[in-house]
Design a protein around this ligand. Sequence first.
Ligand code: HEC
Length: 170
Amino acid sequence: MSRAARIAIPVAALLLMVAATVISSSHETGLPEDLASFTHVNTLVVPDTTSPIHGIHHFYANKSALKTMKAGVDGGSYPDGAAFVGVVFAPHKTDDGRYREGDRAAYTLMRKDAGNDATSETGGWHFVMFTADGEKMDIDPVKNCFGCHQPHQKTDFVMSELLAISPMMK
Ligand code: HEC
């Protein structure tokens, strides 16, 4: 083996390990890259302009989350990897007094990762918020998110209800 190969191979292996770590951690709390495969399950309007989550939220579930939601989670829990994404739009008031979606304002994410220290105070879920460009925002998941979700332990802290799912999805 040449001297260059003796150096290059371990360096390449190290780079692969670093890349794998970055990919696996961003997989947990990053904005899912397969968002196009998620299913729309619910829409929520938060009219309070002082709320950090003010806006029109469209919620999407990945396959695992949708399966559990449809089966009924009553008292049980979602499996690790189950994920919900909220795509948030700023409300835009039209000249004739209606509201429609304005610019995309943010994304919210809940991803189940029970047993991870980072989720021990938030029911086993990562709560993450991103800017409209997908940059992770500096929020406190306990203070900024879990307060509203915490009372919903019966549905594993998921607030969207099956009843709200479009009949087409049932
Ligand atoms: C003011 C209360 C409130 C706060 C604070 C809040 N949420 Fe929620 N969230 C809701 C409600 C209500 C729903 C479900 C809508 C419905 O019931 O129709 C929801 C739904 C969600 C969903 C879809 C899954 C589900 O539970 O239905 C995600 C993802 C989500 N929120 C993420 C977040 C994140 C991340 C934060 C913190 C940045 C956050 N939420 C803060 C009220 C809140």
